[in-house]
Design a protein around this ligand. Sequence first.
Ligand code: HPA
Ligand code: ZN
Length: 355
Amino acid sequence: MCGGPLHEFLKGLPKCEHHVHLEGCLTPKLVFELAARNSVKLPDPEQRPEYASPEALTERYQRFTSLDDFLSFYFVGMSVLREKSDYEDLAWEYFQHAHADGVHHAEVFFDPQEHVNRGVPYDTVVSGFTAGCRRAEREFGMTTRLILCFVKHLPVDNAQRVFNMALERGDFKSGVVHGIGCSSSEIGPPKDMFREIYATAHSMGIRRTAHAGEEGDPSYISTALDIYKSERIDHGVRLIDDPRLMARVAMDEILLTVCPVSNVKLCCFESIDQVPIRKFLDAGVKFSINSDDPAYFGGFILHNYCAVQDAFHLSIDEWRTIAGNSIRGSWIDDARKSELLQLVDDHVKKYQTTV
Ligand code: HPA
Ligand code: ZN
């Protein structure tokens, strides 16, 4: 919770989330429970003492040293998922938190390669996550989108294999999967490794986003825009190191899906006030505020909104701009955008007449 007078306003502000990894919603408690239920062996605590208990793991999550350090826990965590109900429950767990935090529209990432490579059928993963999405739509009136995320630390033909599974199943045509993204280690793998996959997606009209400029320099962002024809950039905070590229991103209205708490937890910035929120607002760069991996970084989307408010003391008008841009940058039709924009206007008016 933020200490400022806008806390209730921020809690009720209608939100869109565009950058959350469903596997990043697996808490240490659930990792241990599912490992026991599914007979998955976690790392030996003799070698990795942080796996002695959920409490020890939670404590270790306070001290990530980099993106790759975090990823070494993230990929172990998701290895406990096996059954369709595991995937459905995990998604449902996320949507309940998101709903409580004022999210009306959520576009969520999942990493199928990691599951398929362990022998979980692609269908199990997608049908489980889809069931969670449908329940959120039914029970909360939310709109949801699944984004298939490729991982950069595995060979590209492994990504291609999973992309083919999604194509063969007709997931993009049916809308079960709405778009593609890519994440995991940024510095190391070739910047344009998914060039062919993104070209196919572009030619088929499949929506595209990409993690870029989280730890890597702005050339990762320009590669995502120029080679991948990415419509959004996930993180993108290193844009501040290239003013010309920043002007282009502002002009082309490319939405950045910024994750302030994640950036601090993974040592991209020392503190939230170093995250370029003010710089982006001043430069007219459009962005949304997101949670990334809430179970690893200590909070869901509202926690991120509050952290930004504590650091930057934004005005109601600035929050209206952020909420509006996140609606306009969502992968939803114009009617849904108008509906959500109206909700934001109503919320702002209601708040202004009560203070
Ligand atoms: N960056 C890269 N890979 C990830 C992230 C992230 O923020 N979250 C989950 N996988
Ligand atoms: Zn991410």
